[in-house]
Design a protein around this ligand. Sequence first.
Ligand SMILES: [Zn+2]
Length: 304
Amino acid sequence: MIQKGNFLLLDIVEFRPWLQKQKITRSIDRLQVHHTASPNYTTRQLLNGFAKQDIWKCLEGMRTYHLSQGWSGTGQNITVTESGQIAISLDRDLNKTPAGIAGSNTGAICIEIIGNFDKGGDTMTDNQKQSVIHLYACLAEKLNLSINTDTVVYHAWYASKTGTRLSDFIPGKSSKTCPGTAFWGDGNTVAAAKKNFLPQIKTELGRLRNQIPDATPITNTKPKDDEPMTEAEKLKISDLEKTIEQQSVWIAAEKVKANMECPSWAKAAYEANKDFISDTKGSYDFWRLLTINYRKENGIKVSK
Ligand SMILES: [Zn+2]
């Protein structure tokens, strides 16, 4: 979980525990479904599922654009990145009414999925798919919503400006194609939503409800590699570094002892035996034994 600028960025496994701690103070009965159209996988410079463009730049870019439209902050409450990370808009927290569908924002949460999912556009990455399903299921769990086309709503099912709910996506009447004419592979119609998208959220919600409260989704096991270390962890690392340093000194000393030039206390023994020794180097033990034997042969006793 990283907070920077106007956003809080969470890995998929962090979202549910985070959400469970949030206090919702307004009444919410709808979860909007949007695609960003732009930014999309091209502007994100996606290669093999990884974006070259900095995520913070992308998020702040959307906010700057929304502010330039005279909005009070980032339009959406939540953004799902192409890598499956979840960004919370700090200037549009869950208790603030979003600017997602003109005329139909009260009582709604606006979720923007990065990408252009119109026909001929982007093909959603598996990580993003898993996050999207998990996210809607977590929100439904938290807000106690059942999953249907009145609670999970596509932008395309609303008329422009008035925000009147239409019976379906109706070209010419619908405000936009959002979340895309090829969204979830099926499109943006009510029938398309009922085909795969809503059933997948229902399945995930069922899975969550049968789990221990802080269980993490099995769909994405991305390691938490960008969390800052705690003070206890920093201390452990520092201790570990000291140990390694001490061991390095010890190993270096051992290496010297394993192959040393004749020490001064072994000089006499060396001189007496040098015709039988091929090498001027030896281990500490070698020089010691050579000296003991030399003293023994010559009756030299050491005072203790
Ligand atoms: Zn939209």
